[in-house]
Write a protein that binds this ligand. Structure first.
Ligand code: NAD
Ligand code: UDP
Length: 334
């Protein structure tokens, strides 16, 4: 099998490379990534983990001709498509940057799949496409408008893939809706390298632990949840990575949508407590007002992925906190 991993040098893509190598030892894995949100150092560390040379192409998938050149040289059997921008706040400030990168990249890939007869496609989507729903969330729900352009690009890419699969009976699409990926490879060599001010909870906590930020602002202490703080379904990035290998192994014609989460909710304060306990560090925090657009409680119904992909997230919140800190405390931006 010959697999193209777009965005394969990024956070989730690099961990997925490791899982794919384990699951498909003889596959040819090719990364296309323009390093817009990842570094050469991450690639070097990935090489050390998998102990092999990596077929890496520094290309922008929005450049159709350059991407076609890659398709014409490799006989791809499958695409795992991570490449895209993902910062919700930035997408509100600069919607065209998001619509352009996330949509054009996906359109180019799908066009080339049809032209070069690539039949398997796995797409990185997000729980954000569900909008405001009561948890646990099941895949069969109609999508609601999201509160930001980033979420809209994910919903639009899903739609494009479904429509193309509907008229190309052999095109097999797996849409993976991630809940909240956190943690890092156990080696601590690859992880979520947050540049600038982190927006998400776990990268913020690790920066506070490192002393780079003074205290965590907990957004809202009056939600109808176990302790008043927001509840999310955190999933270890290696479990998520293994979910991609499972999705690829079980691909079948048509479009198939899977939630990748643990099915369990954890509040902000529960996550902070666990982080402090397993890592022996203190996380000062302060409860402040709610963040605009935030939902009280979001967690997945994961029974479809368990049933059809024979996959289940195995790693605990303790493991997520330990591995996130193990990566961050050694991480130096290059
Ligand atoms: P990331 O930014 O770490 O990785 C994305 C990679 O794609 C980066 O290495 C970047 O350099 C590359 N890239 C971006 N645009 C490109 C382009 N036009 N051409 C080539 N390479 C390009 O992000 P991630 O957290 O690994 O997320 C991967 C995918 O999963 C994204 O599509 C994201 O929207 C989706 N997702 C992420 C989360 C999350 O919390 N991390 C949650 C849900 C969905
Ligand atoms: N959160 C917080 N402080 C932060 C970042 C996030 O209290 O600095 C809360 C947020 O309100 C939500 C949870 O942590 O309840 C997860 O937020 P994140 O942005 O990581 O994920 P998302 O809200 O996109 O699911």
């Amino acid at each position: 099998m010959n697999i193209l991993i777009t965005g394969g040098n990024g956070y989730i893509g690099s961990h997925t490379y490791v899982s794919l190598r384990e699951q498909f030892p003889h596959a040819q894995l090719v990364i296309a990534d323009n390093l817009s949100n990842s570094t050469v150092k991450a690639l070097d560390n990935l090489k050390k983990i998998v102990q092999e040379e990596i077929l890496f192409h520094n290309i922008d998938i929005c450049h159709e001709e350059i991407l076609e050149d890659l398709f014409s040289k490799h006989n791809f059997d499958a695409i795992i498509h991570f490449a895209g921008f993902k910062a919700v706040g930035e997408s509100v400030d600069n919607p065209l940057k998001y619509y352009n990168n996330n949509l054009i990249g996906t359109l180019n890939l799908v066009k080339l799949c049809l032209k070069y007869d690539v039949k398997k496609f796995v797409f990185s989507s997000s729980a954000t496409v569900y909008g405001d729903r009561v948890s646990p969330i099941v895949e069969s729900l109609e999508l609601l408008p999201t509160s930001n352009p980033y979420g809209e690009t994910k919903a639009m890419c899903e739609r494009i893939l479904m429509d193309v699969a509907a008229i190309n009976p052999e095109f097999s699409v797996s849409i993976l809706r991630y809940f909240n990926p956190v943690g890092a490879h156990e080696s601590g060599m690859i992880g979520e390298a947050a540049n600038g001010m982190p927006n998400n909870l776990m990268p913020y906590i690790t920066k506070v632990a490192k002393g780079e930020l003074r205290a965590l602002n907990v957004f809202g202490g009056d939600y109808p949840t176990i302790d008043g703080t927001g509840v999310r379904d955190y999933i270890h990035v290696m479990d998520l990575a293994e979910g991609h290998a499972a999705a690829l192994a079980h691909l079948k014609p048509g479009t198939h949508i899977y939630n990748l989460g643990t099915g369990k909710g954890t509040s902000v304060l529960q996550l902070v407590d666990t982080f402090q306990r397993v890592n022996g560090v203190r996380i000062p925090y302060e409860i402040v007002g709610r963040r605009n657009g935030d939902l009280a409680s979001v967690f997945a119904d994961v029974s479809k992925a368990e049933r059809e992909l024979q996959w289940q997230a195995k790693r605990t919140i303790e493991c997520m906190c330990r591995d996130a800190w193990n990566f961050e405390k050694n991480y130096v931006l290059i």
